[in-house]
Design a protein around this ligand. Structure first.
Ligand SMILES: C[S@@+](CC[C@H](N)C(=O)[O-])C[C@H]1O[C@@H](n2cnc3c(N)ncnc32)[C@H](O)[C@@H]1O
Length: 282
């Protein structure tokens, strides 16, 4: 597949000049999405909570178009049909397979999974529905709202006794120290792409191994995305700022994880070539 060249992270962080025609294209696209676009429930949710939030991820996973009038529904269908949204759903399936295979490997032994930026953790519930009672999960996120909604899901599925919730910052060592005991598996999905500073991701991987010490780590890396400039220039993140995502070579992040002491990476790419899902052992 031929790949078009896309702006670097540093370029995406800079506003476009007034003489650049792309500036007007993205201004118009942003204006359209922030006005008429909000007839689509998905686009509206993205502008309310951020296109990098756990709230929007779950909406994309559910993949059921909703909107105000038939126009809103049609816009929502178009939104959910974007390649980036399709890739999110494909990554979810890959993660479910990886987590389920990890649980199978444990042959019924007690298994403790911690997800450090869980969002609503749709993929975890899909796994838990089929896993035995020996599998317990702790969901952590900085967003209280996302965790509160996830708690509702756990209740409705009768899984409340197997899932714990805790507001926590994955990048804060004191917060990591509060994880009660060593997990068999730690999950970090959709996190590194929203951390801009390479050094922060690198240091975090060392802290994670040293402080939390999971037996295995599952993470994903956004490696390439032709829609990255539209996302950065027309959409907003959880803080209401431009939604600039940091694409990275999967080998760079795997290298940092290896430096931290993780080993034996198993990599699976989504069919759109956007995300690498990586499982490593400790
Ligand atoms: C793109 S969503 C991914 C959610 C979920 N893991 C998934 O893949 O569907 C990113 C999540 O990371 C959370 N987040 C961002 N920074 C965080 C941090 N420093 N510590 C913990 N969670 C964080 C956000 O609140 C959001 O729920």
């Amino acid at each position: 597949m031929s790949r078009k060249s896309i702006p670097s992270f540093e370029e995406l962080e800079e506003p476009l000049g007034w003489s650049d025609p792309k500036k007007y294209y993205y201004l118009l696209a942003g204006l359209f999405l922030r006005t008429a676009g909000r007839l689509s429930d998905g686009i509206d949710l993205g502008f309310r909570y951020g296109f990098d939030s756990g709230m929007i991820m779950n909406y994309i996973y559910e993949n059921v178009p909703h909107g105000k009038s038939f126009v809103g529904r049609a816009l929502d269908e178009a939104f959910l049909g974007q390649t980036t949204c399709k890739a999110f759903r494909a990554v979810k399936r890959i993660q479910i397979e990886a987590i389920s295979a990890f649980i199978d490997e444990r042959e019924g032994r007690e298994t403790f999974i911690v997800d450090l930026a869980s969002g609503k953790a749709d993929y975890i519930y899909d796994v838990l529905r089929h896993a035995g009672p020996n599998v317990k999960v702790l969901l952590r996120d900085i967003s209280e709202k996302t965790l509160a909604e996830s708690r509702e899901t756990a209740l409705s599925l009768g899984l409340r006794d197997r899932v714990g919730f805790e507001v926590g910052d994955a990048l804060d060592v004191e917060s990591l120290r509060r994880i009660p005991y060593r997990p068999n598996l730690a999950i970090e999905a959709g996190l590194y792409g929203i951390i801009h500073d390479d050094e922060l991701v690198r240091r975090h991987l060392s802290d994670l191994r040293e402080i939390v010490g999971p037996e295995a780590l599952l993470f994903n890396v956004q490696t390439y995305n032709e829609q990255i400039e539209l996302i950065a220039r027309a959409l907003v993140n959880q803080d209401g700022e431009p939604c600039v995502w940091h694409l990275r070579d999967k080998d760079l992040v795997i290298g940092w994880a290896e430096e931290a002491g993780f080993r034996d990476p198993v990599v699976k790419m989504d069919p759109y070539g956007i995300y690498a899902v990586v499982l490593m052992r400790n």
